[in-house]
Design a protein around this ligand. Structure first.
Ligand SMILES: [Fe+2]
Length: 271
């Protein structure tokens, strides 16, 4: 059975749109999975109420009601998708879309990184950039794909992917949550993103599949004309908190610490 919709087997024609989209290059791919496959997997997902049994949970102001599949074996039907998204064929398609010729998948899999995410009632994910390197070999993290997997989602439930300005403060673009929609975006030190607060979604979870890609070049964006510096630098997952006074709260210390480290690396990258 086909997994990815064949209309996305060639994304070269989308390259211009990808780079034109603001605040950083991204592309929305609706009906991403082949229809029959999507219906089959979502039916299976609804049979088991909670597919995440172990995983890792988050519940802070900045990461609220979120659970990820860290170190948990993924159900077969989810693994089928991650396998395709990490295949050479799909990576070749992404190379043409992004122009990153040294693009590659990671061997880390669903251990140090988590491919499957769920968000419950009132869930929220603040503005952040992800980890900057492959945990196994230090190569730069350059691209993400997020696939929306909850059917019956209503627009008033929220849950859009939010793309922020280069400082992570102002929302510039909002990619609504819609079943079987995929979002591909360039992951740079300035690609701040998050999830719009969920409301009224009751027991319906916002399910997403996430796969990231890396570059064999340590200067992955040097030929790109971007609205922000094209120099990659090393950083951890870094959140921008809503108010500056939030950094002074004791409970937010780990977020504050990451931001301080990020700022130092940012300054060093300018030297
Ligand atoms: Fe993220």
């Amino acid at each position: 059975m086909r997994i990815i919709n064949p209309k996305y087997f060639n994304l070269l024609n989308e390259k211009e749109t990808f780079f034109m989209n603001k605040p950083f290059p991204h592309l929305v791919l609706d009906d991403f999975l082949e229809e029959n496959f999507y219906e089959e997997i979502t039916k299976k997902m609804s049979e088991k109420k909670y597919i995440l049994k172990k995983g890792k949970s988050f519940n802070s102001e900045i990461e609220s009601n979120k659970k990820i599949s860290l170190n948990e074996s993924l159900p077969e039907y989810i693994s089928k998708i991650t396998k395709v998204l990490n295949s050479n064929e799909w990576i070749e398609i992404l190379k043409k879309l992004t122009g990153i010729t040294s693009l590659k998948s990671t061997n880390v899999g669903n251990t140090l990184l988590a491919n499957y995410h769920e968000m419950g009632t009132n869930g929220f994910l603040g503005s952040h950039v992800d980890h900057s390197t492959d945990p196994s070999n230090g190569l730069p993290h350059v691209l993400n794909i997020i696939l929306y997997l909850s059917s019956d989602w209503k627009e008033n439930f929220g849950g859009a992917t939010l793309l922020y300005d280069k400082k992570g403060k102002k929302i510039v673009s909002k990619i609504k949550y819609k079943k079987n929609r995929a979002v591909v975006f360039l992951h740079t030190p300035y690609s701040f993103h998050g999830v719009e607060r969920l409301k009224n979604n009751k027991s319906l979870k916002r399910k997403t599949l996430y796969v990231d890609y890396y570059s064999e070049s340590m200067k992955p964006f040097e030929n790109f004309d971007l609205d922000f510096p094209n120099k990659w630098f090393k950083h951890g997952t870094t959140f921008v908190l809503p108010k500056s006074t939030d950094y002074l709260k004791f409970k937010n210390w780990s977020y504050t610490k990451s931001l301080i480290k990020y700022k130092i690396e940012h300054l060093k990258s300018k030297l």
